[in-house]
Ligand binder design. Sequence first.
Ligand code: X8Z
Ligand code: ZN
Length: 615
Amino acid sequence: MKTIKLKVSMIAAAMVLGGCQPAPKTNNTDTTAPDNVLTAEDAKQFLVDAQHEIEKMQLPAAQASWSYATNINYDTAAVDAYLSEKLSSRVAELAKQAADFNQVEVDADTRRKLDLMRYSLTMPPPADEKKSARLAQIGSELGGMYGKGKYCRSEDECFSLSQMSGFMAESRDPDLLLEYWKGWRDVAPPMKAMFAEQVELANEGAHELGFENVSELWRSKYDMPAAEFPAALDKTWGQVKPLYDALHCHVRAKLGEYYGEDVVRQDQAIPAHLLGNMWAQTWGNIYELVKPTQKLQVPDVTKALADKGYDEIKMVKQAESFFSSLGFAPLPETFWERSLFLKPKDREVVCHASAWDLDDKDDLRIKMCIQKTGEEFNVIHHELGHNYYQRAYKNQPLLYRGSANDGFHEAIGDTIALSITPKYLKQIGLIDTIPDESNDIGMLLKVALDKIAFLPFGLMVDQWRWKVLTGEVKPEDYNKVWWQLREHYQGVKAPIERSADAFDPGAKYHVPGNVPYTRYFLAHILQFQFHKALCEKAGDTGSIHRCSIYGSKEAGDALNNMLSMGQSETWQTALQSLTGSPEMDATAVLDYFAPLKQWLDEQNANRNCGWPDNT
Ligand code: X8Z
Ligand code: ZN
């Protein structure tokens, strides 16, 4: 992860990689300005050169990274680590040079670019060559360990994560669920020592860049002081917590009815293996267990895709056509030629879905081991949202080729997926009739099980990581604190005692992959703000949860305007340009789910809600 394009990190979000040309003037080397004093002109020239140099280094690094992620072996690992180290060590040098201009008076645009350069690395390497190479090697190895991870029940019966995710979604046998839950987590203990070493090395790099530690660096990227960012998150979480608590209460009660109250105790956190997802981060797969008792029509997208004969490529084409209906140009031919849509049988790949922009021109790709489910249909929209964002800002200067903040990048495809309503499914022929509004509680509950259940998970991953990165939590307490936070935020607990060497955070892609996670919390709030604003532009005046912006050029134009800004303005300005307000605000979430909240409160009236706070 390092790319400005993120390529290396594979998600679209990230950072600059680095390098630049004739060394920019620094305090030590400048010979043109009197007394070696850096000037605003020097800063501008430095940025021109630096962006040019980085641009040239990025493509090969991204190609090596793609080759590794789509074919994990000894050689691709070596080339990826080599080029990624070259790039990130050069970017780190440039970031330090950018800091030399901290006291120079420059215009706002120059200051923004210099700052973006300083913040661009996720795991900054120390200047020491050996340490920098070791950091790159660890990054590459951890990614490979996760990608290759599997659980073997016996010598000749092994399961991939994709397979086990499918079982977790469908099985209702608690013993089997526990077996997969536990089996997958066995991939992580071997990562722990390397992860701890990586933290040390990257903290050294962050320190050289003038940050206390990597935590401060990560929190510096939000157009506000790093120290104020956690409070902004807490405020938003406070807005949605009553809705989460109501959902949790209902789900726990229904799981208690199904599995027995000895398995799901009604005064405790919910055991993590029963929620239909390997990490208990989205719960939509247990809709059937928690749905209202009255018969409701809720479209089953997985079934509709099968009934209509959709294969993986057709699912992607359908998602593309949504963006086309908004006025976005079709994806390039190379997207179809170079993307990875299916899990290959002959080699190991990193199946975790990602979107790539290799050259900042038109080489867009996704990498996914697509399953033919409604859930994955949403993930395809998510990934394409990254690609369309990347294309919209490709003409910005390199340092502005990014999203307004990383939550924006994660929110775009999800925003589009909020428009996969029954009305839309009927329009594209996936279902035959649109259920009337009396069925809406079912649909709202299904969406909440994914989107509202996700929120505390989206928050806690980096609450854990920030503590790890500041050194507040040491390796011996990694797992203990992970589960304290899981319980505190999510009200979810480990179903069995965890062993002393367990490293459960390592069993979540973004931890070994070093992808900051707060972006997904932000995205889950922002997407409702975007959806509301776009529905207004589209002139859809009905209930917000029934709105689809499919076919609206007005909505498409408004969206494209924000996407094309890239990172050239603060995220608050970008947000205002689309929604009319610069504030991140969960009111749009609460409005969307208002009928469900009322229904949940009625269901929960005589129930015991909540779980013991362990902090
Ligand atoms: O990692 C992703 C995307 C790629 S950026 C598939 N997501 C998070 C996750 O899977 O944990 C999307 C939602 C949360
Ligand atoms: Zn994403």
